[in-house]
Design a protein around this ligand. Structure first.
Ligand code: SF4
Ligand code: SF4
Length: 144
């Protein structure tokens, strides 16, 4: 389990915007849980080993993650968005409510530089924000 997350005492508003793929198009690692690997592999009719060989970076101390396909930022980013949306990794599911993005007002506001969904819609229950961030922290605890 990860440490209890810190959530800034601010009004969180967020609605993902249709047609936007900005977060997927940004460079960065997509880390996977074992559960992600099994679910996505099964969706693609692959064994976990086949999925790992085709789509994952060599496993090292940083943990299991997708490899960089080169032509795009993610193997699964298509013209209309994520091609594995229904089974996408937990890291992608919990965005933008990651421990590091909900912990301070500055970090949350900083997301609006590329995520047009931040600041849009109803105020979200703080406990729902906390629960998403905690899911992420529990899945990817800080080493040490
Ligand atoms: S950047 Fe924000 S609005 Fe755009 S797809 Fe990602 S979460 Fe949705
Ligand atoms: S797996 Fe899907 S949601 Fe996650 S970064 Fe790739 S395209 Fe985006």
């Amino acid at each position: 389990m990860g440490d209890p997350v810190v959530v800034a005492p601010i009004n969180f508003r967020f609605e993902c915007q249709l047609g936007c793929v900005n977060c997927c198009a940004r460079p960065g690692d997509v880390f996977l849980t074992e559960e992600d690997r099994g679910r996505i592999a099964s969706h693609l009719d692959l064994t976990a080993a086949q999925f790992t060989e085709r789509y994952c970076a060599p496993e090292d101390a940083r943990g299991l993650r997708l490899s960089n396909p080169g032509k795009t930022t993610c193997h699964f980013l298509g013209p209309s968005g994520c091609r594995i949306h229904d089974v996408k990794p937990l890291q992608c599911r919990t965005f933008p409510f990651w421990p590091e993005t909900v912990s301070t007002r500055k970090a949350w506001k900083g997301l609006s530089g590329y995520c047009p969904g931040v600041g849009v819609g109803q105020i979200l229950p703080i406990e729902a924000v906390r629960a998403e961030a905690q899911r992420c922290a529990d899945a990817f605890p800080e080493p040490g």
